[in-house]
Design a protein around this ligand. Structure first.
Ligand code: MG
Length: 378
């Protein structure tokens, strides 16, 4: 029985994690739940899973407080209280910069991490991987591409390879011209062709910021260099990523798209569990297509990687600027092209050092957030 602390339980990955747990109650037990402000969904989860500890960023509703056998915490940093001794693994499914605080806390407490929060590796990959190594903590990927790579490497993070090939659906705006892109809305961005995800990541998919983030994530998880990671547009989202070996053999992981597969695997590997996913019908699939990334129409892709290559705290600036810009875009306050402007401007204006302790990352993140708010006068 694997005991799970779930941080970010009411988001898309959090809910799908609970769905996996529901399907395999003999394998998994939820020992703590942590969420942000979706109190209603959280109440239902607490009543169903009866964790030892439950935490919310906002106030705990009175109706929950009476629940016996559950210890409650609330407040901005309450999620740390959900990373309890009793847990074997911490699923970090928070969205955004805050995820790194949960990851570092889990590592500090010697807990294995099933990682859905990609921002933590984007902003602090070297810090996170170094601390994990020091503490002997395993980090397993909950991201379809990185799970695919991990599977193609037979779950061996140290296996030598020639190349990692990350696939990319292309996002909601993959067929739009530059002129059309200038006018798109949040509603259009949220209409992802293949995956059902949270709002922030769906916009990140539409700008290809998500894919650049995944390149950075792969670099850290698989201890490799940027020149050994390729990205290819694959519209059907059937091949979730590939590994090419020195002899030219390419191993791909295929399935219909669902996050439950990477979630279950991150928690149960090397054992594979039946999650109710149907068999691929190859005759019905007919064509699988591949094309290059159009870096002119989607300039955020290269821009984010530039930030990553600059190293130090620059990735934290890129991420902070992107987080605020995406929020403003979702609120209808800025346009799609402004997301690029925000990241570019923040990077140019930042005079950052190369220390990457958590305090420096927080400082760079705060700088970028304020820069973007000032840039658009909101
Ligand atoms: Mg992904």
């Amino acid at each position: 029985m694997k005991k799970i602390a779930l941080i970010g339980s009411t988001g898309s990955i959090g809910k799908q994690t609970l769905s996996v747990v529901r399907k395999h109650p003999d394998k998994f037990k939820i020992v703590s739940l942590s969420a942000g402000s979706n109190a209603e969904e959280f109440c239902a989860q607490v009543k169903e899973f009866m964790p030892k500890v439950a935490t919310l960023s906002c106030a705990i509703p009175d109706s929950l407080k009476a629940q016996k056998g559950v210890e409650f915490f609330s407040g901005e940093d309450a999620f740390k209280s959900a990373i309890i001794d009793d847990a074997d693994v911490v699923v970090v499914a928070l969205v955004g910069f805050k995820g790194i605080l949960a990851v570092l806390d889990a590592i500090e407490k010697g807990k294995d991490v099933a990682l859905a929060n990609k921002e933590s590796l984007v902003v602090g990959g070297s810090l996170v991987m170094q601390k994990a190594k020091e503490k002997g903590v395993k980090i397993t990927p909950i991201d379809s591409e990185h799970s695919a790579v991990w599977q193609a490497l037979s779950f061996d993070f140290n296996k030598p390879f020639r190349k990692i090939i990350l696939t990319c659906s292309g996002g909601a705006f993959r067929d739009l011209t530059k002129e059309q892109l200038a006018k798109v809305t949040a509603k259009g961005a949220l209409n992802h062709p293949n995956w059902n995800m949270g709002a922030k990541i769906t916009v990140d998919c539409a700008t290809l910021v998500n894919k650049a983030f995944e390149v950075i994530e792969a670099k850290w998880l698989y201890n490799t260099s940027f020149d050994k990671i390729d990205v290819i547009i694959h519209r059907e989202s059937i091949i979730h990523s590939m590994v090419e070996y020195v002899d030219g053999a390419v191993i791909a992981q295929m399935s219909y798209p669902t996050m439950e597969l990477p979630i279950a695997l991150a928690l149960s590997y090397p054992e594979r569990l039946d999650i109710g996913l149907k068999s691929l019908n190859f005759a019905e699939l007919k064509n699988l297509s591949f094309e290059s990334v159009d870096k002119e129409r989607f300039p955020c892709f290269d821009l984010v990687l530039e930030g990553a290559k600059a190293g130090g705290t620059y990735p934290a600036v890129v991420n902070g600027a992107n987080e605020v810009a995406v929020r403003l875009f979702l609120e209808g306050k800025i346009g799609y092209n402004d997301i690029y402007k925000a990241i570019y401007g923040a990077m140019q204006s930042f005079d950052g050092g190369h220390h990457v302790e958590i305090d420096h990352l927080i400082e760079a993140d705060e700088f970028a957030r304020q820069y973007v708010l000032d840039l658009f006068g909101v």
